[in-house]
Design a protein around this ligand. Structure first.
Ligand code: FAD
Ligand code: AMP
Length: 472
């Protein structure tokens, strides 16, 4: 049996980051990955390919609808799906290959095969040819199995007509009619991709409100923007059945008017993801799974088995790549005797639709429910010069602060580059900043970040480029 200091099972953004941090700290490290490439869901069929397609289709949309206003005439604009998908595949290949190079540079062994945890920090690896090898970790085992799409019995996926997000990232043609079950982050992002590419998209969402986890003001603004784009989102529409008939998919759903039918060419099931933990842990181990298959861990990602940790999508909390990676760093550092920690209250949430949305900390509804005495400052991108110049003057920045201490408690952005802008607030909140700290920091002109500056000024009704309520 070969020995390592640290063995990680799963090479996604949780596992591969944990492996790199462990190797940086001087540990002999191995990472078990069953797929033919490293990078997990995120690099292969998640964050990266979806953003590559969002960029392609946004450019297509711009070329058709926005260029004329700049005086640019393009003639007949065409989108070649094969080229768009090949570009996306190439980006994925470069990045997954990059992780392989990083493993080599850090002296990390990639153990190719399916890993299973045995008692005594032992890992069994079954290779593609069926051969089995065992490895032991002296310092720790990190489980980073990730997640897989949820399959619902009312719409069984066949990989052809009724598909998951993985297939929807590689359609060979633009489906004329695309149905999507679930208006969560994945449903909205992929709905935006194919809508911009030319599909008639209908999103069926069981819940009555859009983005229930988001600030209501932000969700309302998003709903208006999607409506303006012609994205058909049907709320309160619960899918009860789907069947393939003559090459099309007939979807049954219930809404307030009763039973409805929708016929589409492809149906994307985007109802969430579940932990990929089936048959990964020997029952003799003390590691426990909860009723939904998540590995039970404490706030430092330790399981009930000494020296065994679990991180990322296979444990509680937000199913996000950056959360998985930060947990990986924390665990590697804690195995090293350091004081690694994750600020679970400061995980930025981002939705890469057009406009983008990003938020952090508490929203107004949460503050009201908790009885917190808060104040808010907001600022519309319509009054921001850079947003105007970009032709993207939709949305706003909203900052929520404690009314007594002025400490920032939450930040909500919908608008151009929200995914990048939110990080000014991440740093501010990491340092427990007050809105006054942002208000007093000079922001370059003209920038989108000035909208954050103005929102901070607006907390005390002193924004410059909008009319403030009268001060006493
Ligand atoms: P994963 O990335 O799922 O990696 C787990 C890895 O472990 C896989 O490679 C798997 O093959 C391997 N594995 C599992 N079991 C075993 C085993 N027994 N033996 C060996 N190997 C095993 N998140 C964001 O933060 N931003 C986004 O923009 C974003 N967009 C997304 C878009 C889509 C379409 C999807 C589906 C997801 C998106 N996510 C996004 C979520 C993000 O991909 C996940 O949160 C993230 O990948 C979780 O990382 P992980 O390391 O926990 O698991
Ligand atoms: P998320 O978990 O963020 O990916 O979002 C998945 C979404 O799918 C949630 O908003 C669910 O309400 C929605 N959903 C789940 N099952 C159904 C269903 N049968 N019909 C319509 N929407 C559904």
């Amino acid at each position: 049996m070969k020995n390592y200091d640290i063995i990680i099972i799963g090479g996604g953004p949780g596992g591969y980051v944990a492996a790199i941090r462990a190797a940086q700290l001087g540990y002999k490290t191995a990472c078990v990955e069953a797929a033919s490439t490293l990078g997990g869901t995120c690099l292969n069929v998640g964050c990266i390919p979806s953003k590559a397609l969002l960029e392609s289709t946004a450019l297509y949309e711009k070329a058709r609808h926005d260029f004329a206003a700049h005086g640019i005439s393009t003639g007949d604009v065409k989108l070649d799906i094969a080229t768009m998908i090949a570009r996306k595949n190439d980006i994925v290949k470069q990045l997954t290959g990059g992780i392989e190079q990083l493993f080599k540079a850090n002296g990390i062994d990639w153990l190719a095969g399916r890993g299973r945890l045995l008692p005594g920090k032992t890992v069994e690896v079954t290779a593609a040819d069926g051969s089995i090898a065992k490895y032991q970790a002296s310092r720790g085992v990190i489980l980073a199995f990730g997640s897989v799409p949820v399959d619902i019995p009312v719409a069984k996926m066949d990989g052809q007509h009724i598909v998951s997000s993985s297939e929807a990232l590689s359609f060979s043609d633009v489906p004329k009619r695309l149905g999507i079950i679930g208006a969560g982050v994945i449903g909205l992002e992929l709905g935006s991709v194919w809508h911009a590419a030319g599909s008639e998209v209908v999103i069926l969402e069981a819940v009555d409100e859009l983005l229930p986890m988001a600030d209501r003001q932000l969700a309302r603004e998003a709903g208006k923007a999607f409506k303006k784009q012609g994205l058909d989102i049907r709320l309160g529409a619960k899918v009860s059945g789907a069947s393939v008939k003559g090459g099309a998919v007939e979807v049954q759903y219930q809404d307030k008017n009763g039973e409805q039918t929708l016929t589409v060419d492809k149906l994307l099931v985007a109802v969430g993801r579940k932990p990929n933990t089936a048959n990964t842990i020997d029952p003799a181990c003390a590691v426990k799974l909860d009723a939904r298959g998540y590995i039970e861990v404490d706030e430092h990602c330790a399981t009930a088995e000494p020296g065994v940790y679990a991180i990322g999508d296979c444990v509680r909390g937000a199913m996000l790549a950056h959360k998985a990676s930060e947990e990986g760093v924390m665990v590697a550092e804690n195995i090293d005797g350091q004081a690694g920690h994750v600020r679970y209250d400061l995980i930025p949430a981002v939705i890469y639709t057009h406009p983008e949305m990003a938020w952090l900390g508490q929203n107004e509804e949460q503050l009201k429910a908790a009885g917190v005495n808060y104040q808010k400052g907001d600022f519309p991108f319509a009054a921001n010069g850079r947003a105007k110049a970009l032709g993207a003057a939709e949305g706003f920045v909203k900052i929520l602060v404690d009314a007594d201490s002025d400490e920032i408690l939450g930040a909500h952005i919908i608008g151009p580059n929200a995914s990048e802008l939110i990080h000014e607030l991440v740093i501010a909140m990491e340092y427990y900043a007050a809105s006054e700290d942002i208000a007093r920091s000079m922001h370059a002109h003209p920038t989108l970040a000035e909208a954050i500056h103005e929102a901070a000024l607006a907390v005390e009704n002193r924004a410059i480029h909008k009319a403030n309520p009268k001060r006493r």
